[in-house]
Each structure stands twice: as C-alpha cells, then as structure tokens.
Design a protein around this ligand. Structure first.
Ligand code: ATP
Length: 264
C-alpha cells in the first residue's frame, strides 16, 4: 500500500502516565494502520486507553515510545489534519450555533463570508439550520452534539477523531444520531476513528472494529465488518450482524471483567 493511502500508521506505541509518582501503563505495543476514507471503531473496557490512543492520533498527547504518523508526518506536527468530537460536545456557550460551527474555519484562516456559508451548509446537513442564531444553553444535549458534529465536518481536516460522541445521549436520541452520522459519513467518506462502548454502534458504523484489552491496552482483535453499505438501523436484525455482535462480546467480556478488578 502506498503511504498516500494511509491516514494513520501506528507502530509499537506505548504510553505510560505518572500518577502520584506511580507509572500507569496505558497503552502497550499498539500497531494500527488506518486507511484513508475508512471508518474504524475502537471498543474496549473502561480505562484501557481508548481516549489516550485517540488523543495521540490527534497530536494532543505525545507517545512515550513508538511511531505515530498522520499522512506520513509525526502526529504531533499534523494537528491540522484532524478534527475532534468529544462526548461532552465542547461547544462554546458564548457563541451562537452558527459561530460555533464556523469557529474552526476562523482558526484555519477562512474569510468571514466563506465561514458563514460553510457553517450554514453543515448546520443544514445536521438539520439544525433553524437554530443558527441560538445559543448552546437553549439546546438539548442531542442538538448540542449535532452542532459539535457539524463543526467537525465543516473543518478542512480530512480526518475525524470521535471520542464517544453519542455516549451522553438518551437511548432514542442516540439511535437517531447514529442514523445521521451514518448518512453523513456515507455521503462524505472522511476518515473516521470513533471510540465507543456500544458494540452495535461499532458494527453499524464501522468498516472495521478494533477491540482492545484491559489496561495496559493492547489490540486484542481487529475485525473487518463485511456488511454492505449503505447501511441503516434495520441492519441490526441481520443474522450476520447478530453473530458478529455476539462474537465481539465474547472477546470483550473477559477484558471488561479484568478492568472491573483494576484500581483507577
Ligand atoms: N493525564 C493522565 N495522567 C495520569 N493518568 C492518566 C492520564 N490520562 C489517562 N490516564 C490513565 O490512563 C488510563 C487510560 O485512560 P483513557 O482515558 O485513555 O481510557 P479509556 O479507555 O478512554 O477510558 P473510558 O472508556 O473510561 O473513557 C486510565 O487508567 C487513566 O486513569
């Protein structure tokens, strides 16, 4: 495979934190190659290092050792290639919805009229155009998360890193948002790496599901999801989907048990 087709190339990545003078080995010898235009989901028990891995991919955290390349450049120098969506939406309360979506474009040096046009386009894509002038406090959690997703898609960055973007939503809103995210991705085909705790969500959205062990997080299994696109929520009744969900849970359950026995 040519380097140009690879979004993320991670080799023998280790991450050790020091907490109260004690080492916490968060990630252990991670090898991962993510192709451009693919949707990769990362599953793993609490505390296994999923967020740490995502933050390292986005250049927000430095590896202790190992190599992390983003479009062939060290991740720490390639922050402009990635946009994040976090669980707690991270929208700015003092900006309107439109200005929140346009915010990243201002940082990227786009002209004001251009910023507003791009932001309005993405608000329309997530069905939030009528809230352009509203402030985040006037919105529900699901709406705020749609603003965060619109902001990430509006950025020029080719790669999106999503850390449990739907994790804080109620079950029904989460279903609708899964459908919306699926649709957006099917239209745009940006490279996405998404961390989730939900196996169904990973199978519905991903081309591939990477399952990690309890801390120190290693990659335990890497499954291609062979289910056809375009996908809808109806896929969850598909026998192949059900079989994969059960197999991944078998892989994950020992790790969840292990993680439950670990101290923080
Ligand atoms: N800045 C830090 N300093 C010290 N320890 C840290 C730091 N960041 C993360 N850790 C520890 O590293 C481990 C991995 O954390 P991380 O947040 O990446 O896990 P996670 O898999 O995303 O967890 P969750 O699913 O609960 O969000 C945890 O034990 C965490 O306490």
């Amino acid at each position: 495979m040519m380097t140009a087709e690879i979004a993320f190339a991670v080799q023998d990545l280790h991450k050790v934190f020091f907490s109260k003078g004690r080492p916490v080995h968060a990630l252990n010898s991670i090898d991962l190659v993510v192709e451009q235009g693919s949707f990769t989901c990362i599953l793993g028990p609490s505390g296994c290092g999923k967020s740490t891995l995502l933050r390292i991919l986005g250049g927000l955290e430095e590896p202790t050792s190992g190599s992390v390349l983003v479009s062939g450049r060290p991740a720490i120098e390639a922050k402009d290639q990635t946009a994040f969506v976090f669980q707690d939406h991270g929208v700015f309360p003092w900006l309107t919805v439109l200005d929140n979506v346009a915010f990243g474009l201002e940082m990227a040096g786009r002209r004001k009229s251009e910023r507003r046009d791009i932001a309005a386009h993405w608000l329309q894509r997530v069905g939030m155009e009528q809230f352009a002038g509203a402030y985040p406090e006037q919105l529900s959690g699901g709406m705020r998360q749609r603003v965060a997703i619109a902001r990430a898609f509006a950025m020029d960055a080719p790669y999106l890193l999503m850390d449990e973007p739907l994790g804080a939503l109620d079950a029904q809103t989460r279903r609708l948002m899964q459908e919306q995210l699926l649709q957006l991705w099917q239209d745009e085909r940006k490279t996405v790496v998404l961390v989730t705790h939900a196996i169904e969500e990973a199978l519905l959205l991903g081309d591939r599901v990477v399952t990690m062990t309890a801390r120190p997080g290693r990659i335990k299994e890497d499954d291609v999801v062979p289910l056809e696109r375009p996908r809808t929520l109806a896929l969850e009744a598909d026998p192949q989907f059900i079989a994969m969900k059960s197999a991944i849970w078998q892989t994950l359950r020992d790790e969840v048990n292990e993680a439950m026995g670990q101290s923080a």
